[in-house]
Design a protein around this ligand. Structure first.
Ligand code: PLP
Length: 222
């Protein structure tokens, strides 16, 4: 199937209130333009340099999401244009995003990445760390960032019960934290679900899915 057909198929499955982030990492501009011409405007990338190059060469009405692990020293390159940063995993990173957002006269929307998978290797906060973050004076002074949601990745497994369990726990935390509203912390977005598990994620309450290979085909890494 073509990129356009893949997109139409996915769009026909996901409910209106769910935002589809088309994950275009490693894919050429032509592939992105094919999706763009089919109406897609929200794209996700996980490498700063690739994201910046694509931003510069593609239509300016694309909303670019940074979905991967972000290093503090690279925030400055995406701060002028990035629409949403999914992978905030430390206060240090958040402070840098605030600083660069301020320099650009912007408020940058961010998601806190939560550690929900069984593997140790994944980045992210746990529940207690989030509560500490929210109570810290440092956080209260970050006027140029806004935490608008949570993001999580389930364990890479065929065990659907395991995946559902992890998505459920993230949804519970999301519902709990949603009741806390401050000027820079107002949760509305729950980013969970990828090509292999977005249907399960939506069933468990996701309202933003990050789908790559099911739209663009398998990726070839060098
Ligand atoms: C690559 C990636 C995706 C998309 O993965 P697919 O399995 O191709 O849909 C989603 N989220 C993150 C954080 C990624 O790095």
């Amino acid at each position: 199937m073509s990129i356009k057909e893949n997109l139409q198929q996915i769009k026909s499955i996901i409910p209106e209130h769910v935002t589809l982030v088309a994950v275009s990492k490693t894919k050429p501009n032509e592939a992105i333009l094919e999706a763009y011409q089919a109406g897609q405007r929200v794209f996700g990338e996980n490498k700063v340099q690739e994201l910046t190059e694509k931003y510069e060469s593609l239509p300016k009405d694309i909303e670019w999401h940074m979905i991967g692990h972000l290093q503090s020293n690279k925030v400055k390159y995406i701060a002028p244009f990035v629409h949403l940063i999914h992978g905030i995993d430390s206060l240090k990173l958040l402070k840098e995003v605030h600083k660069r957002a301020e320099q650009n006269n912007r408020i940058i929307n961010c998601l806190l990445q939560m550690h929900i998978a069984e593997e140790d290797s994944k980045f992210g906060f746990d529940e207690n760390e989030i509560k500490e973050l929210l109570e810290s004076e440092d956080f209260k002074n970050l006027q140029n960032v806004k935490i608008v949601g949570l993001m999580g990745m389930a364990t890479y497994t065929d065990d659907e019960n395991q995946i559902s369990k992890e998505f459920k726990s993230l949804k519970n935390l999301f519902d709990q934290l949603k009741t806390l509203n401050t000027f820079n912390f107002q949760l509305s977005t729950l980013s969970m679900g990828m090509s292999g598990d977005y249907k399960l994620a939506i069933k468990e309450g996701s309202n933003m899915v990050r789908v790559g290979s099911a739209i663009f085909g398998e990726r070839n890494y060098l």
